[in-house]
Design a protein around this ligand. Structure first.
Ligand SMILES: [Zn+2]
Ligand SMILES: [Zn+2]
Length: 338
């Protein structure tokens, strides 16, 4: 009976509020909602805030679209001040495992050419990082160099239970910096009193073959073990190339003459080789936006390269063509193609 008070209303988990598993069917959610709403109706002495949270949770979980969006949002890490929740009853207790307190992350862009992304490579990243000044700073003794402190708040829920909510708050003394000024050094020339010294770091990043764009690689900052570096890949596509998943797309611009009579083209491939497209022997003309697909030539062995022909129109104006030339051209084209 008392498990309905399991969680404090501020906790952003609708499943917990409705006392159902996140795999629960719509029917189970409905049943649990009805039961909880009846038991906790403010007219029957229920907690008003908890009743509202039951309704809010049901509004989301009863709609497949909203539930889906909610489930997706839960899989993404969200900044949260809740770290550890213990809910205590007069008949027992329930606790959630302590979540890891996120360490601050510095984002660094790793620029790659398409060729580098295709073949994989070693890249050096030069970044700057702030490290505590040893001359004038010391570890904050209030938070023990954590930058935050845990505060416990007790909330009564209804008449029978209460929540113990542990929240993480920024340390007031060091303002989250983890260090404070050393007493005997109030005017430090080493860091201009900022308590931090900026250092240059070079990190070698091993880029795997066929790496994706916008991939986030997590690397520990070698100068500051408390800082995580998020290296994000930014691939610059070579001209005429685009990419969808691991498939590559190449736009091959050809003249009207080549579209009619064919030609041999060399396409630069990100594997640092050339791919030969030979359309001299084909009896068919090439149509605009026609494409050919080459297996195993995408970003990996399982993916494809799609070569799309784009017929370039002449840049000259047609009034520069004489009547004789026009007649001759029409006659030739009619003879051959129609
Ligand atoms: Zn200093
Ligand atoms: Zn502190």
């Amino acid at each position: 009976m008392l498990q309905i008070y399991l969680l404090h209303i501020n906790i952003m988990n609708h499943y917990d509020v409705l006392c159902v598993q996140n795999t629960a069917s719509t029917d189970d959610i409905k049943k649990s909602y009805r039961k909880l709403a009846m038991q906790n109706h403010p007219d029957k002495g229920g907690d008003d805030a908890y009743f509202k949270s039951i309704n809010a949770a049901y509004e989301v979980l009863s709609s497949p679209t909203k539930r889906n969006a909610y489930d997706n949002s839960r899989t993404r890490p969200t900044p949260t001040m809740f770290n550890d929740i213990n809910v205590v009853f007069n008949q027992g207790s329930f606790s959630r495992p302590t979540k890891h307190v996120p360490t601050p992350a510095k984002q660094v862009i790793l620029n790659l050419s398409l060729n580098e992304a295709f073949t994989g490579c070693n890249k050096e990243l030069h970044i700057t990082t702030d490290i505590p000044c040893k001359t004038c700073s010391k570890l904050c003794n209030v938070c023990n160099g954590q930058g935050h402190i845990m505060k416990t708040i007790r909330h009564n829920v209804g008449n029978f239970a209460f929540c113990v909510q542990n929240t993480i708050q920024m340390c007031e003394q060091c303002k989250g910096k983890k260090i404070v000024k050393n007493d005997n050094n109030s005017n430090c020339k080493m860091c201009n009193n900022s308590m931090f010294i900026t250092k240059n770091v070079t990190i070698n990043v091993v880029v795997p073959r066929g790496v994706e764009n916008n991939l986030r690689l997590k690397v520990r900052n070698p100068l500051n073990s408390n800082e995580e570096l998020h290296v994000i890949t930014k691939i610059t596509m070579s001209s005429n190339y685009s990419r969808k998943g691991n498939d590559l797309f190449y736009t091959l611009r050809i003249s009207i003459f080549d579209a009619l009579f064919g030609n041999v083209w060399n396409i630069p491939h990100p594997s640092n080789t050339n791919i030969i497209i030979d359309r001299t022997k084909s009896p068919d003309v090439i149509r605009n936006n026609e494409s050919i697909t080459l297996d195993n030539k995408g970003m990996n062995k399982e993916s494809k390269l799609h070569v799309m022909f784009e017929i370039e129109m002449p840049h000259k104006r047609k009034n520069e063509c004489s009547n004789e030339e026009m007649t001759c051209l029409k006659k030739t084209l009619d003879n051959i193609f129609y």
